[in-house]
Design a binder for this molecule. Sequence first.
Ligand SMILES: Cc1cc2nc3c(=O)[nH]c(=O)nc-3n(C[C@H](O)[C@H](O)[C@H](O)COP(=O)(O)O)c2cc1C
Ligand code: SF4
Ligand code: SF4
Length: 298
Amino acid sequence: MKILLVYYTGTYNTRFLTDMLEKALRAEGHAVCRVEIRRGVPAADTDGYDMIGFGYPVYGFNSPLPFNRYVAKLPVAEGQKFFIYKNSGETFAMNNASSRILLRRMRRRKAVFAGEYHYVMPYNIHFPFARDFVREILDKDKKLLRIMLRHLQEGTVSSIPSNPVYNFASAAVSVQKIGGAVNSFFYRADDKKCTRCGLCVKACPEQNIRLQGGKIRFGHRCDMCMRCSFFCPRNAIRIGFLEGWKVNGDYRLQELEEAGPPPKPYITEESRGFYRCFVRHFAAIDEEYARLFGDERD
Ligand SMILES: Cc1cc2nc3c(=O)[nH]c(=O)nc-3n(C[C@H](O)[C@H](O)[C@H](O)COP(=O)(O)O)c2cc1C
Ligand code: SF4
Ligand code: SF4
């Protein structure tokens, strides 16, 4: 098959998943092209592709605004097959509604839904995940990826059911619409910490940061992707009213993926509080993996 992967990423978790996906697809003999959405990237020509894969990180129980804007201008033919590989830091049921805008757009164009898959990835906001937890997450992601490829090959359509309550609630908390614009007035780089290395200026997918008069300045078209503050080597960027939820520092996903799963399971039947939501999610992945592949590892 000829497959087009269209994805948005803030702190590169979705890019990491896309790299894994592209590698796995190529290993199975498929031809793959990919488009990473950022300011100024033109709509891809989707003609001739057997399938389009849409990847995005969940933002406030929704797909990111730049992703929605891009999909709105993407030409998609009637009968075009597509699948979704989204990711987020937790698996609360509200996340189930996050693809509603994308699904609506694809329905209008009479595209054919081939499946939706929810990957867990470490939080880039709220609080940092422990390394062993990330190792476990990446192990489950690799399994889910293999499941997804088998489903797509066999034509098994796996959907993530939402309902009107989640849909309404997810629309109501669509934080980015006003959040990004308002919050951008409060972004600051601390002059005492900042070394003017220029990393944030180069990295911002919205070209919203500039070095002017020896100082880092922020514009007002921030999409709250967190890339600048997450990767700032001096942790110098203050992110307005989200400062208390800032996560700074690369997880070094490649290293953790190569390290394999943690010595003992991080999520167990006894996991409580925030971690409770992963118990069923991970168990469902293990169950489907065992059904499709037995005890075989990838
Ligand atoms: C503005 C914003 C809102 C987010 N909202 C959610 C959310 O509603 N649910 C969730 O599980 N994770 C949420 N996250 C976490 C990201 O979905 C998660 O860390 C993701 O892996 C980031 O992917 P990326 O590195 O490709 O941007 C949010 C992150 C940001 C920056
Ligand atoms: S990445 Fe951090 S240290 Fe580098 S210029 Fe930006 S704010 Fe300053
Ligand atoms: S200013 Fe920072 S958070 Fe906003 S879009 Fe640019 S990199 Fe992302």
